[in-house]
Design a protein around this ligand. Structure first.
Ligand SMILES: [Zn+2]
Length: 370
């Protein structure tokens, strides 16, 4: 927003700058600025204010939202070294997978059983054929016996469940509140397997990619195509989650990315108030939270017992440290253009020790199977 205003202002004073340029030599010519595109705008904070480098998190962390990133055993070893250095005690791999895909992920991480939990997906293969619900429950139980202690990441961006391996066997047409999902969700409750589920996308992805779009730096290329037949919109998708959470009180749900309600946190706050079996992770939504630090500080302090840490952004040390800076520090007006892609300046949330402790690992003790 600020950057767009700055560019518009530059364009407005363009003739004036040309006039000035006749008399003075400017370090950047007016012509250069008029050619500058919003996507190339990379402001550097001008403020001489404290910069906090947090090498290691204040408390040991359970990361509730990561994926099977390393391609080799050596890369996995590097990940564990990074976790040690920055203070990640345990990482949950949301594998999405079932069958042989799931088994191979289990095997890959077997050397680090105490550092990783592998969660499975739901098996959507042949979900349009008779007997699917029973087959899918049987596969869930098989994955549980192999070591799965949760399910995720389920994902519904409007057309139905679509994260599933092997074979990208999607459950299009199946939303989480579909009666055909009931047996699986109930079984998760019985087995004490939490369900980590991504519904919808952030609000700016539904808005026209124009001069008013506050997330335009990302929305220009990343948007939801609402013209697809039968696609649910943002609020309808959050409603499917609410229906499932309400109708399955014995099953724990974790809404990925705060159910993509960062621009209207009251939506998920209302669900927290109503349903004790709902939690949310803050994975990959740091840039959406950090522009409004006072509001988010109050929100996270209020709902600290319902929020869990997550990343969903690889395993670089600098990535973890950026999340710590946002959660722990009171730093102001800093940019992370390359990591998050927005034009928004970010602010530390300055969370209290009690809240950090709950988000980092306290709530995990309630959610994870003993
Ligand atoms: Zn994810």
């Amino acid at each position: 927003m600020l950057s767009m205003m700055a560019i518009r202002m530059d364009l407005k004073i363009f003739p004036f700058l040309i006039a000035l340029n006749c008399c003075f030599s400017l370090p950047v010519t007016a012509q250069d600025v008029s050619d500058l595109k919003l996507k190339d705008y990379r402001p550097v904070s001008i403020y001489k204010i404290p910069v906090t480098n947090i090498e290691k998190a204040k408390f040991p962390i359970v990361d509730f939202h990561s994926h099977d990133y390393p391609a080799t055993d050596a890369a996995l070893d590097e990940w564990v070294r990074n976790m040690d250095e920055v203070g990640i005690a345990k990482t949950i791999i949301l594998s999405y997978s079932v069958g042989t895909s799931f088994d191979s992920v289990i095997t890959k991480y077997a050397r680090y059983k105490d550092r990783f939990e592998i969660w499975c997906g739901f098996d959507f293969r042949d979900c349009d054929k008779p007997g699917w619900e029973e087959r899918a429950v049987n596969e869930l139980v098989r994955c549980f016996k192999k070591g799965a202690r949760g399910v995720g990441e389920l994902g519904d961006k409007g057309l139905g469940e679509f994260y599933s391996y092997p074979g990208n066997a999607s459950g299009f047409g199946l939303h989480i509140d579909d009666p055909r999902m009931k047996a699986l969700i109930r079984k998760c409750g019985e087995l004490k397997m939490p369900i980590s589920i991504h519904v919808a996308e952030d609000a700016w992805m539904y808005e026209p990619a124009d001069e008013k779009n506050d997330g335009l730096m990302n929305a220009a290329t990343w948007k939801v195509d609402m013209s697809k037949p039968g696609i649910l919109n943002h609020d309808q998708l959050v409603k499917t989650l609410e229906n499932a959470v309400r109708d399955n009180p014995a099953t724990t749900f974790i809404a990925c990315h705060l159910a993509n309600t960062c621009s209207d946190l009251g939506m998920i706050g209302r669900l927290f108030d109503l349903y004790p079996n709902l939690y949310a992770d803050i994975a990959a939504r740091y840039a959406e939270l950090a522009p409004i630090p006072k509001f988010v500080h109050a929100f996270l302090e209020k709902y600290a017992s319902r929020i869990v840490y997550g990343t969903d952004m690889g395993y670089e040390k600098s990535m973890y440290r950026t999340t710590f800076r946002i959660l722990e520090s009171n730093d102001e007006h800093f940019y992370e253009h390359d990591r998050f892609g927005y034009h928004w300046p970010l602010y530390g949330l300055g969370l209290s020790s009690g809240t950090l402790q709950k988000i980092y690992n306290g709530n995990s003790k309630k959610i994870l199977a003993k």
